[in-house]
Design a protein around this ligand. Structure first.
Ligand SMILES: *Cc1c(COP(=O)(O)O)cnc(C)c1O
Length: 405
C-alpha cells in the first residue's frame, strides 16, 4: 500500500468553530448525519471497502477524499482529532498511540538531521530520553534550559534551532514557563514552539492563543480523565500537521479507534472535571502548607509560588496536580504514602481518583541521582494528582499521612 497519498482534509463545521468551549467539547467533530444520529460508532475495522475499482483507484490516488486503511484515517479517530483541535483552537490535530508517540511523531515529522531542539529541563522523563538517546541517533541534537529563565532560552538559541519544547506547569514542581515570551524567542530565531499541555489541558490553558505553534498531549492523562487508555495527539497549523500526519501514517504511530472513542467521550466532561479537580487541589495546597511536617508545597495557585502572577495571566485555574516535601527523607515520604488508605498509590495522574506518587523512586527513578538533584526532585517529595472525591475525604486521608511522619 502506497504511503504517498495525500491526507483527506477533515474540516470543522465553520458554525461550530465559533461557539463556546462547552459546546465544542460535546459536539466538535460530530455531525448531524443519518449515521451519527444513532450514536457514535466505533469503526473497529482495519480497512474500508470501496464501491468499485474506480473508486478504490480514486481514493488511493487522492482524487477522492475518504477512508482507506485505519493506519491512515479512521472516522472514530477523526471525531477525537476534530474535537481536540477545536478545543485547543488549532487548525488540525493528529492523534497518536501515546503521548510519547505524539512527541516522536512531532519530532520526526518536522525535524531533520542537523536540527537542534531547545527543551525545558523540566519535561516528562521519557521526553528527555527520547530526545537525548533516540533523536541524537537521527542527528537531531537537544540542549536543555531552565523553563523559567527567559534569558536562558534566548542564550540557548543556535542558528540550527528548529524547535523549542516545554511543559507548563511542569511535573512535579509546577514551574511555570512564559509561553508568550518564549514563543517570541522561537519566532525571532525562525523556530517553532511546541507546548506539552498535558497538565492544564485546553480547559485551563490554550497555548496556541498565547503564541505557541504546536500543542502536544498525552491523552492518557486528563483528556481521558478516567485512567482507561493510552494515547496522544499533536495540534497545530495545517501545513505542519500534514508533515506530522505523514509520519504517523508511514511510521504507524496511529491511535486505535476504541481509544479515540474513549478520549472524545472524555473530552465531553473535561471542563467540569478540570474546574472541580483544580478547585480541590487549590484548597488542599493551601491547607497542606499550613501543616506541621510539610516543608514546602509546589502549586502555582499559591501566592508564594514564584510564577504565581504569570500563571494567572496564562491559565484560568492552576490544575489538579500539586507536590509537597515532607520533613525527613525517603523513609518519611514512604511512611506518609503508606499511611493513606483511600488515595491510589500509582505513577499515573489525571484520573478521577486521587493518585499519590513518590517521584524519586518511580517516575523519576531512572534519572541519575545528580540529574534528579538538578531537576529538584528530592527524596522527600510527594506528588498528588487530585481527583473528584469529596475534598474533605482526600484531606482526611492526607491527614493520616501527616500523622505517620
Ligand atoms: C504521561 C506524559 C507523557 C507521555 O505520555 P504517554 O501517554 O504515557 O506516552 C508526556 N508528557 C507528559 C507531561 C506526561 O505527563
Amino acid at each position: 500500500m502506497s504511503d504517498q497519498i495525500k491526507a483527506p482534509k477533515w474540516r470543522l463545521d465553520s458554525d461550530l468553530r465559533e461557539t463556546d468551549f462547552e459546546t465544542l467539547a460535546v459536539r466538535g467533530g460530530h455531525y448531524r448525519t443519518a449515521e451519527a444520529e444513532h450514536g457514535e460508532p466505533i469503526f473497529t475495522t482495519s480497512s474500508f471497502v470501496f464501491e468499485s475499482a474506480a473508486q478504490a483507484a480514486a481514493r488511493f490516488g487522492g482524487d477522492e477524499e475518504g477512508n482507506i486503511y485505519s493506519r491512515f484515517t479512521n472516522p472514530t479517530v477523526r471525531v477525537f482529532e476534530e474535537r481536540i483541535a477545536a478545543l485547543e483552537g488549532g487548525e488540525r490535530a493528529v492523534a497518536t498511540s501515546s503521548g510519547m508517540a505524539a512527541i516522536l511523531s512531532l519530532g520526526l515529522g518536522l525535524l531533520e538531521q542537523g536540527d537542534h531542539v531547545l527543551c525545558s529541563y523540566s519535561v516528562f522523563g521519557s521526553t528527555v530520553s527520547l530526545l537525548e538517546k533516540y533523536f541524537t541517533r537521527a542527528g537531531i541534537t537537544t540542549s536543555f534550559v531552565d523553563p523559567t529563565d527567559l534569558e536562558a532560552w534566548r542564550q540557548g538559541m543556535r542558528p540550527n534551532t528548529k524547535l523549542l519544547f516545554l511543559e507548563t506547569p511542569s511535573n512535579p514542581l509546577a514551574e511555570v514557563a512564559d509561553i508568550r515570551a518564549i514563543a517570541d524567542v522561537a519566532h525571532a530565531g525562525g523556530a517553532w514552539l511546541a507546548v506539552d499541555n498535558c497538565f492544564c489541558t485546553p480547559a485551563l490553558q490554550r497555548p496556541l492563543a498565547l503564541g505557541a505553534d504546536i500543542v502536544v498531549h498525552s491523552a492518557t492523562k486528563f483528556l481521558d480523565g478516567q485512567g482507561r487508555c493510552v494515547g496522544g495527539v499533536v495540534v497545530g497549523p495545517d501545513a505542519l500537521m500534514e508533515e506530522v500526519y505523514g509520519f504517523v501514517r508511514t511510521g504507524g504511530t496511529c491511535l486505535s479507534p476504541f481509544n479515540a472513542w474513549v478520549f472524545f467521550k472524555g473530552l465531553e466532561t473535561l471542563k467540569l472535571r478540570m474546574d472541580a479537580q483544580s478547585r480541590s487541589a487549590h484548597a488542599l495546597a493551601e491547607w497542606m502548607q499550613e501543616q506541621g511536617g510539610i516543608s514546602r508545597v509546589y502549586y502555582a495557585g499559591l501566592a508564594s509560588h514564584p510564577q504565581h502572577e504569570l500563571a494567572k495571566t496564562q491559565q484560568s485555574a492552576f490544575g489538579a496536580v500539586l507536590a509537597f516535601e515532607v520533613e525527613g527523607g525517603q523513609a518519611a515520604a514512604w511512611r506518609f504514602i503508606d499511611a493513606t488508605r483511600m488515595v491510589s498509590i500509582t505513577g499515573n495522574l489525571g484520573d478521577t481518583r486521587t493518585t499519590i506518587t513518590h517521584p524519586a523512586t518511580t517516575t523519576h527513578g531512572r534519572l541519575s541521582p545528580e540529574a534528579r538533584a538538578e531537576a529538584g526532585i528530592g527524596d522527600n517529595l510527594i506528588r498528588l494528582s487530585v481527583g473528584l472525591e469529596a475534598q474533605a475525604d482526600i484531606q482526611q486521608d492526607l491527614a493520616r499521612g501527616l500523622q505517620a511522619l
